[in-house]
Design a protein around this ligand. Structure first.
Ligand code: 4NP
Length: 149
């Protein structure tokens, strides 16, 4: 299957999946690939909001501007529209399955031994966001490389 679109999904769509979206968009630009990239949350609490301050900050420190993203909730049409749907942790993958997504992937399977990207929403301050960024950065690049060989 030719991959033309990827959707990254976390819980709130304000901390982790916006970083994944930003990293992927920068990477495909760098590689001159034609792919549609988006992100969403399984929850609706933060719909319409910009990413959390620390995600914007860690991304910017790595040359990725995610400040103009707006959170949205995943919807059933996404499962038809996107070629790959990628959860950031086990509960995201389970939530996607419960919503009817047939074959969600897990980001940590692409370079971090299947580990979950920890939810930084309840982290204290900025500490920990570097690690979250590193995991996402490595896995997103590997995911894209692997599907566009
Ligand atoms: P995210 O983090 O899933 O990485 O965007 C969260 C953001 C908000 C909430 C949970 C996780 N929340 O419960 O509001």
């Amino acid at each position: 299957m030719e991959v033309k679109s990827i959707l990254f999904v976390c819980l709130g769509n304000i901390c982790r999946s916006p970083i994944a979206q930003g990293v992927a968009q920068n990477y495909i630009k760098e590689k001159k690939l034609d792919l549609h990239i988006d992100s969403a949350g399984t929850g609706s609490w933060h719909v319409g909001e910009a990413p959390c301050e620390n995600s914007i900050k860690v991304a910017l420190l790595n040359g990725v501007d995610i400040s103009r993203q707006k959170a949205r909730q995943v919807k059933k049409e996404d499962f038809k529209k996107f070629d790959l749907i990628v959860g950031l942790d086990n509960s995201n993958v389970q939530n996607l399955k419960n919503l009817g997504c047939k074959n969600p992937l897990k980001l940590g399977d692409f370079g971090f031994d299947g580990k979950c990207v920890p939810d930084p929403y309840f982290f204290e301050g900025f500490e920990g966001f570097d690690k979250v960024y590193e995991m996402i950065d490595i896995c997103v690049r590997n995911l894209i490389d692997e599907h566009l060989k």
